[in-house]
Design a protein around this ligand. Sequence first.
Ligand SMILES: [Zn+2]
Length: 212
Amino acid sequence: MSTTSLTAARLGLVACDTCGLLSRPAGPGAAGFCRRCGSKLHGRHPNSLQNTWALAVAAAVCFLPANALPVMVTNAFGSSTPDTILGGVVFLYTSGSWPLALIVLVASFMIPLGKLIALAWLLISIHRRTHGGERQRMRLHRAVRAVGPWSMLDVFVATFTVALVQLDPLMSVEPGLGVLFFASVVVLTMLAAESLDPRLLWDLDPADIKRA
Ligand SMILES: [Zn+2]
């Protein structure tokens, strides 16, 4: 056994999620409680893979209507114009605000899409028990968790509304149905990233994966 493959799980130890203390599990069925802080111990987060898959698939399903449905409806002179996220990007770009168009494109489209792709790749690499690149995948998982709260639609709403109000103060803006789906994508990808136990990324033993 090389040093790199030496893990607490292989030594029959479990690490406390709260305080990090390594303990011997109380029994084969249930690991018991941490003797330092009293938290419930478990080898890997229970049902981590199933929960992460479910949340990631739900987020991917919501991603389609989030982009296909209007996120805001602009009312002006008795007529209302629905706008999708990408429609808003095009509008900002054509009205000369390309820096705003870029910010909205990155924050409201590319980051959520990138997170979905990253989650799918992490999950597939766990299932395929990919050797090598564990460090990069750990970094990717940390990055997905870190950008969670930053892929915000309010960036889109704020910039787009400001641009509109500058054009014509008589216009009014209402949120569209796409906002609900967009918010769902943000929340579901955040929950998926949280529910994925990163220790599964370096578990190469099939028995370890089964334990998840
Ligand atoms: Zn503890």
